[in-house]
Design a binder for this molecule. Structure first.
Ligand code: NI
Length: 177
């Protein structure tokens, strides 16, 4: 469909709680997901949430094959996740670097739950129910935060580990978002 403009940090809509989807398998929902896919691919993102393209609905997509933005990252299956719920398993927290299409050119270390049970629906209304850990768990937490009006800089515990990607990682060819 179309690559959409991504809203950047500072935009009030990014701080809103997104509305629940009540009807699945509609032309409008499929069109939204196509736009999210096109935009995520064009920007080499690991995930994107509907509020980032200005649509305040509980829809996110994510997936990591081999991604130049995350050269060492584990693979994450491509997933459309709607109306998600997250429940941490245990209280183990892991630190890891994150970036965000709405915070271009920057990275920060964010503490996240290491293990997670998440549920939700795909665009056809099929239930999703997964136990995940590691990078998959991190990506889900990041995207679901977007649906609750939270951006990763708001989660950084140590702001000395937040900065511009090309300054933090001068020797790595990480694409500037
Ligand atoms: Ni993001």
């Amino acid at each position: 469909m179309a690559v959409r403009q991504v809203l950047r940090l500072g935009e009030p809509l990014l701080l809103e709680k997104a509305l629940t989807i009540t009807q699945f398998d509609t032309p409008e929902l499929h069109a939204l997901i196509e736009d999210l896919q096109d935009t995520m691919q064009a920007m080499n993102g690991a995930g994107i949430a509907a509020p980032q393209i200005g649509v305040s609905l509980q829809v996110a997509i994510f997936g990591v094959d081999k991604n130049p933005r995350y050269p060492d990252a584990e693979q994450v299956p491509y997933t459309v996740l709607i109306n998600p719920t997250l429940r941490p398993i245990g209280d183990e927290i892991e630190d890891g670097w994150e970036g965000c299409l709405s915070v271009p050119g920057m990275r920060g270390v964010v503490p996240r739950y290491a293990r997670l049970h998440y549920t939700g629906f795909d665009q056809y209304g099929n239930a999703i129910d997964r136990l995940v850990s590691g990078f998959h768990a991190r990506v889900v937490q990041h995207e679901c935060d977007h649906l609750n009006g939270i951006l990763y800089p708001m989660r950084i515990a140590d702001l000395s580990q937040f900065g511009f990607t090309d300054v933090l990682f001068p020797d790595q060819d990480i694409q500037d978002d």
